[in-house]
Design a protein around this ligand. Sequence first.
Ligand SMILES: NC(=O)c1ccc[n+]([C@@H]2O[C@H](COP(=O)([O-])OP(=O)(O)OC[C@H]3O[C@@H](n4cnc5c(N)ncnc54)[C@H](O)[C@@H]3O)[C@@H](O)[C@H]2O)c1
Ligand SMILES: [Zn+2]
Length: 352
Amino acid sequence: MIIKSNIKTYEIIFSEAFSFIEELKELENKFIVIDKNVYEKYSSLFLCFDQKDMMIIEAIEDNKSIDTALQICERMTALPSKRNSTLISFGGGIIQDVTGFAANILYRGTKWVFVPTTLLAQSDSCIGSKTSLNYLKFKNLLGTFYPPDRIFIDNGFLDTLSETDYLSGLGEVVKFNVMSGRKNFNKIVSDIDFLTNRDYCLLKTYVINSLNYKKTFIEDDEFDLDVRNLLNFAHTFGHAIESVSHYAVPHGQAVSVGMMISNIVSNNRGLLSTDIKEQVERLCGKVINVALLPEYFSLEPFIGAMKNDKKRVGMKLAGILMDSDFCLHKMQDIEEDEIREALHEAKKFFCE
Ligand SMILES: NC(=O)c1ccc[n+]([C@@H]2O[C@H](COP(=O)([O-])OP(=O)(O)OC[C@H]3O[C@@H](n4cnc5c(N)ncnc54)[C@H](O)[C@@H]3O)[C@@H](O)[C@H]2O)c1
Ligand SMILES: [Zn+2]
């Protein structure tokens, strides 16, 4: 799959049984960054790389920092060929964000190969060019747009993914299938149990479709100034859940909860039918770890987190709402009372 970008056109290559590693072995002047868990679980895969040109990073939000990005840059300046070097990174969104940032600032842009190892990174974050770092207690405060040159997706990595992280990735896949219209929505409703049971063959078709759907938005509006904003569906509410839970609720699961809250607001406004709202709730219920949730539905912290959202303009709250025709609408006029009602209703869903 080819993705057109204002920065550089790039390619996604689907690999089986880690065959892509043969190609990476041949690259000269490479520096490899690997998620610690991935390194430990797939150690034999990395034997072909020189230990001295390797950096192992624990995938925790604290490491998505300017310090880590600068360490990567420093280590890469020690490579013999400087500008002709390639950064290769293996991991999920955390490793992607910090290595993408480093690849962008070093020499104003270094070659970068990304191998996503979580379902979230494979089905969503690996394309779209966003790089982010956490700074001053703010998540994703610093960031740039910089895509990899090549992305290798191999679902062999998913075997070792925890249930929580697998369901988190599935949350984003569900979101793409809801927002992309009735046909895709009906399809995932009938396939969801196969997907939660890790039918990787079926999952691959969903990963490809999710990336193809996202591709249309990012190719039209890579810098998120217009139509790409719609991909933020479920995210304003989801970010608030992540923030209130201090990131105990993983991103894709928070997005599923965010989709439910957004749909309740939409239903209460008469935009979205109760039937679709309830079908989406049942779908989301399959990917959300219910035990994690009810305590995070307190109104004041939730509203506070929504008010802090980077994308908010004006005094009222912003969000993307879906209607009964599966069309998305960017709203800037959401009232606190609407959130109050929606949280109350969502809480009932999780407590019953
Ligand atoms: N740049 C973007 O466009 C974008 C989009 C969405 C999210 N993000 C960011 O991505 C991060 C979340 O990323 P994520 O959900 O992909 O996961 P992650 O990078 O946070 O990793 C989650 C856990 O899975 C482990 N892991 C990774 N691959 C594994 C494997 N194959 N087997 C076993 N364990 C494995 C990691 O070590 C970690 O413990 C957040 O920081 C979020 O802000 C970025
Ligand atoms: Zn997301």
